[in-house]
Design a protein around this ligand. Sequence first.
Ligand code: GLC
Length: 479
Amino acid sequence: MVPYVKTGGLGDVIGALPKALAQLGHEVVVALPYYRQIQYGGWTIHPSNIFFDVYLGPEGSPTVGILDGRIPGTDIPVYFVGSDPHFHRDGIYEFSDNAARYILFSRAVIQLAQSLGGKFDIIHVNDWHTALVPVILKTEPQSEATRDARSVLTIHNLAYQGMFGEGAWQYTGLPRRLYAWDRLEHQGAINFLKGGIAYADMISTVSERYALEIQTSEFGAQLEGTLAYRKERLAGILNGIDTDEWNPEIDTFIPQKFSFLDLTGKQKNKEVLQDFFHLPRRNCPVIGFVGRLVHQKGIDLLAGVFSRMMEEDVQFVMLGSGEYYYHRLFQDAHRAHPAKVGVALTFSNEIAHLIEAGADMFLMPSRYEPCGLNQQYSLAYGTIPIVHDTGGLYDCVIDYSREGAERGTSNGFVFHEFSTGAFFHGIQRAIEVWWNGQEAWKLMQKNGMSADWSWKRSAEKYVKLYERALEVPYFDDRQ
Ligand code: GLC
């Protein structure tokens, strides 16, 4: 959860959605493991007087202490679940006892709700780590605070399911009958996410397109059947972006502010970007890439089109880190084309802002993309995205070649087949329009920049989803 701790886009979602819900008038509290990284972050967080023991099978019933904070700049409570043996560590997710760690957290969340009192309408959990919360709510006796609570599970990336060998079952404290193919058992193992999908009142994922894709064998990561079975309860809601941070009119990271009414600042940022990467200030398209250099992001496709792209009159700038092989590859590309290629093989929020503000085009050839943020940042900054036709990319980017009246609404370039040929064709089309279709280019920029990418829109959809979760028939599995 931004600003406390972040490993990816999920952190941005949890940082933004509670605030947007509170602004719509809802009472929200957030629960988070008290990770070591938070303890050393210098936040105003106080121990509360809430303590309880949490059942954890072979580990006995460790005592958990709750700490109390507020989302900075708001009065929204954040409760941190403190258990040093589980969360006071050097990393966040990379541990072999993750089953125990997140069973502990999931049980603690429900017990916390009970300690706080009142009555919860909705418990909204994210990804496999908390997917047992809906299971526990529906299979174990609940006190007043959570008895009528409905659960919503959001899936941010189906590739991560929380699979554990059968030996981990004893930590769950769940009855053995739940170790079944239509509950938590999956291909001979325990699957936390599958349990959440089976028991949550509503399930969502982070774009409408991804909600459909994950019901197919291509994207379903073996859970397509489970998801298709629950499709009446499955919705897609596109993430918003933080428009306090990502707004070219007020962005404090970039040299020149700009808006769709006046793009001269963008041209100035382009020159600063060229200087930053030691590229000559030339009048040609600057193409950007920001992202992890990994398989999911289609980095192999980018490598595959690279030499052909270098035959065009363009410059290319890259920010990101990932697999060693690709670090080498793009370093070599920079050495081979020092006047055309700039690489920063690291992560830097500041450089990310500069690329979004200064580049003309932005590449996102992701294999799959549940939502994705950079295409939204690009659209908001008048940087035309060139994207694979998948997930949140599909939901955000409207291709230039759409015929007739719809043409006036396009904001980027979409390629369909996941191949270097199709990707390169998309890049070529963009280059062609950049040189020869100034008016069309401006219109695309304007379409992206004037659209509403804010969290308010998404939060309103979540409220509707919560309302549905309260209306649908309640599936009680207590025996
Ligand atoms: C995951 C997905 C990404 C999404 C983010 C936030 O990181 O891979 O597409 O934007 O979650 O929902």
